[in-house]
Design a protein around this ligand. Structure first.
Ligand code: ZN
Length: 107
């Protein structure tokens, strides 16, 4: 993973401590105290955050119970969205269409 492979920004739009704290709804002091563990950019002594870094911080600090997680997965299922990615088929499991029918008529 490259240093900024998580970043989807198409143009530079950074937020300083005050702006980031307002967007996240947290205390500026919390960001300052935890900056070494948070994704950010650093120019001199002024750390800044892009939208993607704020989203990562949000994900890192989201608290969700197992029950809530199961409920969210069930909702996603109802809506036809796969909660988990489709399993990758192994080569052995792949058969040409109609192969079993042809085998049956041959015998
Ligand atoms: Zn970004």
């Amino acid at each position: 993973m490259s240093r900024r492979s998580y970043c989807r920004c198409t143009r530079v739009r950074n937020f300083n401590y005050e702006q980031a704290a307002r967007k996240l709804g947290c205390y500026r002091r919390w960001l300052e105290d935890n900056i070494s563990r948070l994704p950010h950019q650093k120019y001199g002594s002024a750390p800044v955050f892009c939208e993607c870094e704020l989203a990562l911080i949000q994900e890192m600090h989201s608290v969700i119970s197992d029950a809530a997680l199961e409920h969210a997965a069930a909702l996603a299922d109802e809506r036809g969205q796969a909660a988990e990615p489709e399993p990758v088929l192994s080569l052995k499991s792949i058969r040409p269409a109609g192969a079993s029918r042809r085998a049956r008529t041959a015998s």
